[in-house]
Design a protein around this ligand. Structure first.
Ligand SMILES: [Zn+2]
Length: 80
């Protein structure tokens, strides 16, 4: 199972339910996943990030890097 580092509090954990995915966001031209350990960190991220200021990516990009991710607990991904 993948070990995640919470983007907000840096806690290491497994079984991520919340994450940011740059698939939907025109701010980044590559795939970035930012896991959050739980709702408080996910909410805090929403408040501190400016991602909502960028338009949604439409249509969604194609290619292996841009597959829809349903679950990040069994994959390798790039974070920052
Ligand atoms: Zn956290």
């Amino acid at each position: 199972m993948t070990k995640h580092t919470c983007y907000v509090c840096k806690k290491i954990f497994t079984k991520a339910i919340y994450w940011y995915d740059s698939l939907h966001d025109t701010k980044y031209d590559k795939r970035i996943i930012r896991p959050f350990c739980g709702p408080p960190c996910a909410n805090q991220y929403r408040e501190m990030s400016d991602e909502n200021n960028y338009p949604q990516r439409r249509p969604l990009p194609r290619g292996p890097e841009w597959q829809i991710i349903q679950d990040i607990n069994y994959i390798q991904y790039e974070s920052d």
